[in-house]
Write a protein that binds this ligand. Structure first.
Ligand SMILES: Cc1cc2nc3c(=O)[nH]c(=O)nc-3n(C[C@H](O)[C@H](O)[C@H](O)COP(=O)(O)OP(=O)(O)OC[C@H]3O[C@@H](n4cnc5c(N)ncnc54)[C@H](O)[C@@H]3O)c2cc1C
Length: 454
């Protein structure tokens, strides 16, 4: 007979019970899942989408930003898997960016995770959770069956928006001192581009931004008001009524391995969405983003050399959220930790990306004091809080200030923090202790840093 769970006066079917239950299968959640399953814990990832990879896959965010510090094993396993699947992950210039397509990353993560024995509950949105004595007993999820319960011992919130920790009563913060979040984007891809013609055109304007003068990979950009060589052409688009002023806020393109003639667009910025924590505001921004993409595509087809035969290949099925809710945990990582290259006894991951704020109101803010090889550590205490015993945060929603989150949020760091979260669940299982009481220094011992071979 189907087991039922009592939830707010009604009986909800219990879908199953696992040692580790992870909300969100983005880079952090998938990495946590791989480590938890490999460590012998029965593991379930719950995701509202139907592909692993989260923002990197469903919001079409690529490539992985460059990183010169050591990483945990999952990072290298993912790179190897992408190469096994037939994708070039490294460019000819050795920039340390890791290139991928959303489809390939989703496949790589799903194979690595399921081969480790992990299970996924796709198309299931976390709605609530049941908490007893400060510990989560089960998730309440919305599925095709209606409400269902998912029981577990250890929980990972890798939702990006800290949805589980908030439901469980953990303290969180969001946005800057005025409550403004980082700018959100709705990304898209175009195909049928003559990339060489496009690159030759940009170079003929004496572009100083792109470091890719030749080879398969290419990156280009235009930020309005910053002297980019492409701005006059975009301005013509505005004068002719094809573009609007807001379309010039941010424009950036990246190549996609295995997709010749395609570019991924890290834009448009959704300028009206200064606070992205409202459900309706997010939806309205998506509608605005769809219209902006239509304008940009028409503009590129009509004005940009190399785009004469280009077409819209796909639009993101998920909004690109850089920052929303963050756990207010046992330790709050700050920009001072970036500047001082902080080390912690419970440092379980490393970050070396600069403080990279796409401000909702003031454009771009970059603070970069690192040489290649410099890094700060992320303490385990920034992943847990006192209010919820058996949950750990992973990825972009860990406990950090607004500015510091702008460094932590890149995919390689999210993968490493995710691996630390998965290892924490294995440790908690073996030592029969709650996640928020784990000795982070002992956890650190389990995580060996590896460096990419030169
Ligand atoms: C526009 C943009 C450009 C970026 N550019 C780069 C870049 O070039 N390089 C780089 O390295 N990083 C970049 N980043 C940052 C990086 O992509 C993200 O910070 C990173 O993917 C976050 O990983 P995560 O696992 O913490 O969360 P996410 O990838 O956001 O994953 C969260 C997961 O949780 C799921 N979820 C959320 N709520 C629920 C719920 N209620 N129920 C069930 N599932 C839920 C979502 O479906 C998703 O799969 C960019 C980000 C954005 C938005």
């Amino acid at each position: 007979m189907e087991k039922m769970v009592e939830y707010r006066g009604r009986a909800v079917p219990l879908l199953g019970e696992w040692d580790t239950v992870i909300v969100g299968g983005g880079p952090a959640g998938a990495s946590a899942g791989i480590s938890s399953a490999r460590g012998g814990c029965s593991t379930l990832i719950v995701d509202k989408n139907i592909r692993l990879g989260g923002t990197a896959v469903n919001a079409l965010v690529t490539p992985m930003m460059k990183s010169f510090t050591g990483h945990h094993t999952n990072f290298f396993d993912i790179e190897r898997k992408l190469e096994e699947l037939g994708y070039a992950t490294r460019d000819e210039l050795g920039t340390e960016m890791l290139w991928f397509t959303p489809e390939a990353l989703a496949q790589a993560l799903e194979e690595l995770y399921t081969q480790a024995g992990g299970e996924v509950l796709y198309d299931a949105a976390l709605s609530d959770c049941v908490v007893e004595n400060g510990a989560i007993c089960c998730l309440i999820v919305t599925t095709v069956q209606g409400l269902g319960a998912v029981a577990g011992k250890h929980f990972v919130d890798a939702s990006g928006d800290a949805v589980l920790l908030r439901a469980a009563g953990a303290p969180t913060a969001h946005g800057d001192e005025r409550g403004n979040n980082q700018m959100s984007s709705l990304r898209f891809e175009m195909g049928g581009i003559d990339v060489e013609r496009y690159r030759a055109y940009v170079m003929s304007l004496h572009d100083t931004y792109s470091i890719f003068p030749r080879g398969y990979f290419y990156e280009s950009a235009m930020v309005g008001g910053r002297g980019f060589v492409l701005e006059p052409l975009f301005r013509r688009g505005v004068e002719d009524g094809v573009l609007r002023e807001e379309d010039l806020r941010y424009f950036q393109t990246f190549s996609l391995p295995g997709k010749p003639g395609c570019l991924s667009f890290n834009c448009p910025h959704l300028a009206a969405l200064t606070n992205n924590t409202g459900a309706l505001a997010r939806s309205r921004a998506v509608v605005q983003g769809h219209a902006m993409i239509q304008r940009l595509v028409r503009f590129l087809q009509r004005y940009m050399p190399g785009f004469e035969g280009a077409y819209l290949l796909q639009e993101a099925s998920m909004l690109g959220i850089r920052e929303s809710y963050r756990l207010a945990g046992q330790y709050v990582l700050t920009e001072n930790d970036y500047t001082s290259q902080a080390r912690f006894a419970d440092g379980v991951a490393r970050g070396d990306w600069y403080i990279d704020v796409h401000s909702a109101t003031e454009g771009l803010f970059h603070h970069n004091t690192y040489q290649d090889g410099d890094y700060y550590e992320i303490p385990y205490r920034s992943m847990v809080c006192d209010a919820v015993k058996n949950a750990v945060a992973a990825g972009r929603c860990i406990s950090a200030t607004f500015l510091m989150q702008a460094s932590v949020r890149i995919i390689p760091t999210c993968l490493d923090v995710g691996q630390a979260a998965g290892e924490a669940c294995v440790y908690a299982q073996k030592n029969k202790m709650p996640l928020n009481e784990i000795d982070g220094a002992a956890l650190r011992e389990r995580l060996n840093y590896r460096f990419r071979k030169p």
